[in-house]
Each structure stands twice: as C-alpha cells, then as structure tokens.
Design a protein around this ligand. Structure first.
Ligand SMILES: CC(C)(COP(=O)(O)OP(=O)(O)OC[C@H]1O[C@@H](n2cnc3c(N)ncnc32)[C@H](O)[C@@H]1OP(=O)(O)O)[C@@H](O)C(=O)NCCC(=O)NCCS
Length: 277
C-alpha cells in the first residue's frame, strides 16, 4: 500500500510515532540541513562525536523531534529549544502542550509525540533479543524472569526484546530513566489483557495510568508508553468529544525522509495496544 501525505495536526486522542533513518544523512547536504536546524548546544554536542555514524544518528534524532513538533504547531523546526528535567528527559519550549520522547539506534530513530500526555519510547534492533537474555538478571524483575525462563529459544529472545523495550519506554515516560529500579515493576504476559503492567507501591505510580504498544518496523522493535486521558488532566480537558477521551489512543505513524523532508503517513503497521481491555 502506498503511504499518503496528510497535513492535519493531531488531536488529544492521537499519538504520533515519527520514524527517520540515519542512513539518509549520507546523502549530500542532508546532515548539514539537520545540523542547521539545531540549537547551539546541540550543535556543540554533535561536533563531539568521534564517529560519523554516531553523529548522523544524533543529528537525525534531533532533527526528527523538530520535524514532529513543527508538524503539530506552527513554528519552524529551528525555532524550538529544549530544557531537560533533573534526570535528562527533554521537553519542548515554548510549551504548547506537546509532549515527546526520543530513542535512537543505528538503523532507525523514533520520536513519540502526544498532546498533553506524558510519553516514553524505545527502539531496538530485532537481532538484540539473544544478547538481552544474558542481561536478564540485571534488568528484569523476578516475575518477568520466571515467565521468560520457561519459554523455548526463539520465543525467549523475542520476549526479552519486548520486555526490554517496554521497560525502557516506561522509565522514559516517567522521565526518570535508570533512577527507577528495574526490578520494581513488571510487564507480565498473561490473560485477556495480553500484557499487564504491575508496579511496586514504592514507585508511587498506578498501572492504570498507562497504555502501551509494541510494533515491529524495518527489523526493529518499538515500544511506546502513553499516559491515559483520565490521568492527564490537560489532555482530558482539551478532548473535544467522548471519542477523544477514549481509553486507547489512535496511533499515527509518520515517516520523514530525510528527517526534515516531506513527511508521509504510513498505513498501520500492526501495532498491538495493551492492556487490551
Ligand atoms: C538514558 C536513558 C533514558 C535511555 O538511554 P538509551 O537506551 O541509551 O537511549 P535511547 O536512544 O532509547 O534514548 C535516548 C534519549 O532519551 C531521552 N532521555 C534522556 N534522559 C531521559 C529521561 N530521564 N527520561 C526520558 N527520556 C530521556 C533523550 O532524548 C535521549 O537522547 P539523547 O541521548 O540524544 O539526548 C536510560 O533509560 C538508560 O540509560 N538506559 C540504558 C539502557 C538500559 O539498561 N536499559 C534497561 C532496559 S530494561
């Protein structure tokens, strides 16, 4: 199916997943265009990368965030600036209600964007599952490991990849990164809900606050975690209708090639939302 071009800005019931490819920056002038849109601090950071590949990944990610924000608010990509919270989570300035989160790896960079709701996102190469199994004792909770260990080989690697991306997306949605103890919350695969989030009271959060999705694209797994409308007052208030307040947001997928070039909306990529409810 051919992707379609669509100019509309997102409403409160929608989240957008933006995709870009660091490889596109190899073409003449593309990396320079990305760099030209950045602020002074980001440009200085780009200059510190020792390897061109890392620099391209960083430029693609920063440019994509600007493209995604400008798609939804009438400011040019170079007009945005960013502040970070105490743990490093970036937020856009001026604050026009848009929230976003970024993740990057060598082949694909992603930006998850919502209006008024906190979001977290992670992307990992699909081939990393086996390697992640080796890290399980350090990064997964006891209950996650119990569920992982009984799975046969290929299924176990696939589960490890899902767990890793979901956990990473959750700690990023919370904005605290690795300051949240990874063993104190679990993504449990069971029952009608498909995947259920369970959080130790010590973390002062409610599982009902979050909706999450998994999606495979171009050999990568992507997980997104989105605050539900009832728990994000600004989003609930700006929702135009009951449909806009619905439990599970609609996911739009946008591909920007190159990152500051024409954005195309892709057809649904088979994302799975949880809890199923
Ligand atoms: C820093 C961290 C938030 C993400 O790091 P990462 O996996 O290396 O990188 P990602 O590409 O997914 O995300 C990086 C982006 O997240 C954003 N970010 C940084 N701190 C953040 C925070 N506290 N909350 C949310 N987002 C944050 C930034 O935009 C950052 O981009 P930048 O590095 O270009 O500035 C943190 O989770 C981390 O260090 N993870 C290490 C991996 C790990 O052990 N994961 C366990 C999973 S079970």
């Amino acid at each position: 199916m051919r992707p379609e071009a669509e100019p509309a800005q997102m409403n409160a019931a929608t989240v957008q997943l933006w995709l870009a490819y660091p490889g596109d920056l190899i073409e003449d002038g593309v990396a320079q265009a990305c760099e030209a849109a950045l602020g002074e601090e980001e440009r200085a950071r780009a200059a510190r990368f020792r390897f061109e590949r890392g620099r391209r990944e960083y430029l693609a990610t920063q440019a994509l965030a600007r493209a995604a924000l400008s798609h939804n608010h009438p400011l040019p990509p170079e007009a945005w600036s960013f502040r970070t919270n105490a743990y490093g989570k970036p937020a856009a300035e001026p604050d026009c209600g848009l929230r976003f989160n970024l993740s990057n790896c060598a082949g694909l960079v992603v930006c998850l964007t919502a209006r008024g709701a906190e979001v977290g996102v992670d992307v990992e190469a699909g081939a990393r599952g086996q390697e992640i199994i080796g890290l399980a004792p350090r990064v997964f909770s006891r209950r996650e490991r119990e569920q992982l260990e009984v799975l046969p080989g290929a299924e176990r690697a696939d589960r490890a990849l899902s767990l890793w991306t979901l956990k990473e997306a959750y700690i990023k949605a919370r904005g605290m990164g690795l300051n949240l103890p990874l063993g104190k919350f679990s993504f449990l695969f069971e029952g009608a809900e498909g995947i259920r989030l369970e959080i130790d009271p010590e973390l002062e959060d409610e599982a009902e606050r979050w909706r999450f999705f998994l999606l495979d694209h171009a050999g990568h797994r992507i997980a997104g975690v989105v605050e539900s409308a009832e728990h994000s007052p600004s989003r609930a208030a700006s929702a135009a209708s009951d449909a806009d307040r619905m439990e599970r947001p609609a996911l739009e997928i946008w591909e920007a090639r190159p990152p500051l070039g024409r954005a195309l909306r892709l057809p649904s990529a088979g994302e799975r939302w949880f809890p199923r409810g």
